[in-house]
Write a protein that binds this ligand. Structure first.
Ligand code: HEC
Length: 330
């Protein structure tokens, strides 16, 4: 009896030992299959996205750009290989046909025309509005990114998408969540967030890629009625940024720099100075009296800047003149 019992136990143990391995293999297989069915890996989604863009000859997108809490603004983009692009925003139109680049500014109905260079395409690809589709031209659009991970699947504007989030290098560092269209394999847009929680959402209403030849007419610029031509390299009359940059650098740069800017305000570059700080734009072009920055310099209803003592009157006047003259970079 004891022997028989022992034998039963041994058979049981034998069964457990031999079945355990196939059982575990089976289980991992099932779990793996479930995970795979739920989502591709971030790398494979981004690879497919890039490959789809790089093997297309033309791309066209109609999308909105929304800087929260503001409302969405309409944009239109067309790209064609090897280096043609056209972007229409609420403020401007930029067109490049591979040989010539035109920039039209709606605010003063003026345009500039110049020979297109490689740098024009590079600068174009740095625009946030182009970020979701930069891989159409950029060889490695995700080279300076880290922490890729797959998020949820959901619908945007009636299309099934899967989220892939990653961190974009740069100052400030930003998190980008791409909405990858599951049918097309290409991002329909991106949501951008920086550490100060400034958010921008870019979302395509219409998005198409194809391997057809480009329509050259899409990349020609027709001069709008009455638009005046300006020289893009002309120096503006009056005080330019060069003169005030030194004042900012010496007296403000210690606290208002790109690293950890006080009140979110970086005064060490033209673009950052114009972008403003925590409370928004500090400079109202042409209007020093209503530019918050001037109120800080004069301690007029705002804390004194710099906090440990006022700038000289002549420096304050120079900054005021720069703003009045149009706050031009050059
Ligand atoms: C010693 C550090 C320091 C220096 C130097 C300094 N600031 Fe500031 N700045 C601050 C701090 C701190 C705040 C936030 C003040 C508050 O919230 O009361 C601030 C806020 C500001 C703001 C408001 C930003 C916003 O969006 O709310 C402006 C504009 C500003 N500074 C301009 C300047 C200018 C121009 C200079 C140089 C002429 C300067 N600051 C020099 C520390 C400094």
């Amino acid at each position: 009896m004891a022997v028989a019992h022992h034998n039963l136990g041994a058979i049981w143990r034998f069964w457990v030992e031999t079945m355990k391995i196939p059982f575990l293999i089976g289980l991992t297989g099932i779990i793996g299959a479930v995970i795979a069915a739920q989502s591709g890996s971030a790398d494979s989604l981004l690879e497919k996205h890039t490959k789809q863009l790089q093997t297309s000859t033309v791309l066209s997108a109609e999308f909105t750009v929304q800087n929260l809490p503001g409302g969405p603004a309409d944009y239109k983009l067309k790209l064609a290989k090897p280096s043609k692009f056209r972007l229409e925003t609420p403020d401007e139109v930029v067109v490049a046909n591979g040989a010539t680049i035109w920039t039209y500014k709606k605010s003063d109905n003026s345009y500039s025309q110049a020979t297109q260079t490689e740098d024009d395409l590079k600068a174009f690809l740095k625009r946030d509005a182009v970020l979701p589709w930069a891989g159409f031209f950029a060889k490695e659009p995700f080279k300076n990114t880290t922490g890729q991970k797959v998020g949820t699947k959901h619908m945007v504007k009636g299309k099934a998408v899967e989220d892939v989030s990653l961190t974009l290098a740069g100052k400030p560092e930003r998190t980008a969540t791409f909405f990858v269209d599951q049918a097309l394999g290409v991002a329909r847009g991106v949501s951008l967030k920086d550490s100060a929680d400034k958010s921008t959402i870019i979302l395509a209403k219409e998005l198409a890629i194809s391997k057809d030849p480009a329509h050259d007419a899409d990349f020609e610029f027709s001069i709008p009625d009455g638009a005046k031509k300006v020289d893009p390299n002309a120096k503006h009359a009056g005080v330019t940024y060069e003169k005030v940059a030194t004042i900012f650098q010496t007296n403000c740069g210690g606290c208002h720099n790109a690293g950890r800017p006080k009140a979110g305000l970086d005064l060490t570059s033209y673009a950052a100075t114009m972008a403003g700080g925590r409370s928004g734009k500090e400079i109202i072009v042409g209007d020093p009296d209503n530019s918050p920055l001037m109120a800080y310099l004069k301690a007029a209803g705002k804390p004194q800047m710099p906090p440990n003592g006022s700038l000289s009157q002549s420096d304050i006047d120079l900054i005021g003149s720069w703003i009045k003259d149009g706050a031009f970079e050059k």
